[in-house]
Design a protein around this ligand. Sequence first.
Ligand SMILES: Cc1cc2nc3c(=O)[nH]c(=O)nc-3n(C[C@H](O)[C@H](O)[C@H](O)COP(=O)(O)OP(=O)(O)OC[C@H]3O[C@@H](n4cnc5c(N)ncnc54)[C@H](O)[C@@H]3O)c2cc1C
Length: 416
Amino acid sequence: MEKIQTAIIGGGAAGLMLATSLKTSGKTVVFERGERVGKKLSATGNGQGNITNLAAEREEYFSFSGGAALSREIVARYNPQSLLSFFEHAGLLLQADERGRVYPAGRQASALTDALRFLAAKRGVELCVKSRVLDLEKQGQGFVLSVQTDENPARKIYAEKVVLCTGGTVARSFGTDGTAYALAQKFGHTLTPLYPSLVQLKADSKELRALKGIRVADAEVTALFSERAGGELHGRSIKVKGDIMFADYGVSGDSIFRLSAFLTHRIQDGVTISIDFLPEFEQAHIFAALQRKRETFPELATGELLCGFVNNQIARVVMKRANGDLRAAARSVKAFTLTVTGHLGLDLAQVTKGGIRMDEVDSDLQSKKQKGLYFAGEILDIDGQCGGYNLQWAYSSARTVAAAIDKEMEKARGQV
Ligand SMILES: Cc1cc2nc3c(=O)[nH]c(=O)nc-3n(C[C@H](O)[C@H](O)[C@H](O)COP(=O)(O)OP(=O)(O)OC[C@H]3O[C@@H](n4cnc5c(N)ncnc54)[C@H](O)[C@@H]3O)c2cc1C
């Protein structure tokens, strides 16, 4: 049976980062079930590759199983600056936008994959595509992997260390259908509840038919939801500024993706979003302008008075909601509420909320249940906000595991 030192299962963002980061001389192989590595990474940020966010160290990562503090520690240790210098050494130029989102200067996400592939090859790491790991068994000090390839339905490989970098259970067309959780469950690991994050939201309103297809740039959108603390529900709100798009099912767009990270697991407790279509104008100013317009153009139907302030369709819907009352219309155009009833599901989401429980891994992200088994990336119960936070986690977690394996291997070889 072929023997290797480290088997990295999953050739996505975390797996490739790990492949480039291990320093030990033992053989490392990445097993990727898809036809190429980094397929999802090459599609990130609308194909532009939003690799991190300069605020990643300051913002919260979410975890159901008590992993938020450890994720913060790990992201602080391998922080955005460390990631920037990593990619600069890999031959890329990176640029941040006004929201701290960092992209390769050429705005091509595939450049990130190419850089990682190139670095991995330079380090002598073997990248095996069309190689799906179907089973993992403990044998002696290591593990035996059963790998399905075109040529061999059950290729057996012995690895001293195994890292599960198989991602979550969203965007299944990228090979992340959730089946790989079983490789960890076999060793007694358990999953938190799983939800889609960074996803479109469903809303319940007859008005959506009239608004379908409209995109509003730079709306201010506030999510109002309840948070459980000490067994009780407490009201909380989060406000973001960005675009919002209306569809027959509900709403999407940058502002909604950002808010969804806080909401998808809370919908059953009641979630409302409130849209300010005119954040630059005070309500009193809008009311005065409406009054002036009615006096100047008495022949104009009341339903049309908001036209010219906002998109005409939105104007008519808001005025109808306000029953033609100008004060209510001025209020509603700054706080147009929709009740959130659901989301568009795992397939259309970008990130999995939930995963392998964080209280089942140690601070090196090694399994507490099976020595030699590690985790990196989205497979774990850590998810970040929209804007580069999730790739930062893939990087930081992969680096943590690489450092831990290097240390272990050095120790085992009596070098320390
Ligand atoms: C459309 C889209 C856009 C996104 N944009 C951004 C963005 O701009 N910024 C950001 O920070 N995040 C973004 N994300 C999220 C980010 O891509 C993920 O969080 C990140 O890729 C997770 O890295 P990972 O290595 O853990 O998993 P993945 O990158 O999902 O990789 C997992 C890999 O494991 C392979 N695999 C699974 N099971 C097996 C098996 N049994 N055997 C072998 N291989 C297996 C899969 O084929 C896959 O290639 C985006 C996600 C999507 C879907």
